[in-house]
Design a protein around this ligand. Sequence first.
Ligand SMILES: Nc1ncnc2c1ncn2[C@@H]1O[C@H](COP(=O)(O)OP(=O)(O)O)[C@@H](O)[C@H]1O
Ligand SMILES: [Mg+2]
Length: 246
Amino acid sequence: MDAALEVQDLSLSIDGKQIYKDISFSLAQGSFTVLCGHNGAGKSQLLRTLKGLAKPSSGRILINGLDVTRKKKSRLSSIGLVFQDADFQIVGESVEKDVAFGPINLGWSEDRVDKAVSRTLAMMGLEDKRRQRPQTLSGGEKRRLAIAGVLAMEPGLIMLDEPFANLDSPSTMSVLKALADLHQAGQSLLVTSHEVDRFLAHTDRVLILEEGRLVYQGPSKDSLDALKKAGVHVPGPAFEELTWLR
Ligand SMILES: Nc1ncnc2c1ncn2[C@@H]1O[C@H](COP(=O)(O)OP(=O)(O)O)[C@@H](O)[C@H]1O
Ligand SMILES: [Mg+2]
């Protein structure tokens, strides 16, 4: 089966500054991958490029085996991106209207939009908040709403930039549970994080980005040494505690 995403020798420079260079990796269908690295390593810029918001200087991007490097539109529709700042992504005046926004823009029928909204709100545990104003949600609920909004458009791959940023512990757990459920349902996922202790029990693969270079890629269970070497925050006792989510 073709990879959900394949990246070949991708490089990006902005105004002569090298942001990342010669990045190559592939994401299997249904896999859950964490892209980690220190602040400034280039994680967010890499996601922005994959989504089609920045033009790579060189390299290729393939989705399901198709070269989409020069097809920004098809990347915009087949890859969902949940930004770090959930507030920034919320546009609707109610939870259900917010989730409906993307599907309506895709020109879907009312029936299909309604089904997509109900399905994704159920998946993200937000059914009972349907008619609430997004501004009244907690941090974790807002993040799950942002995920629902992306999920509703049925992208083959969902990418999340620092999904736990600025969340307290219960909210973090609720978002992690939502991601684990999505993974279980077969959704391909790529998340970035500058710390991996909360992810590692759930992800299949780890990518480590250091100053714009991919210095490691491998199965999560083999990645501890590489993570320590890179100085990335690694699992403490929480690692064991979180396995109940599996
Ligand atoms: N619009 C931009 N123009 C120039 N340089 C940028 C821009 N955005 C980010 N950078 C630089 O690119 C590098 C990678 O940034 P970023 O992708 O945000 O890192 P990360 O998400 O891993 O913290 C940093 O050195 C940052 O200063
Ligand atoms: Mg970032």
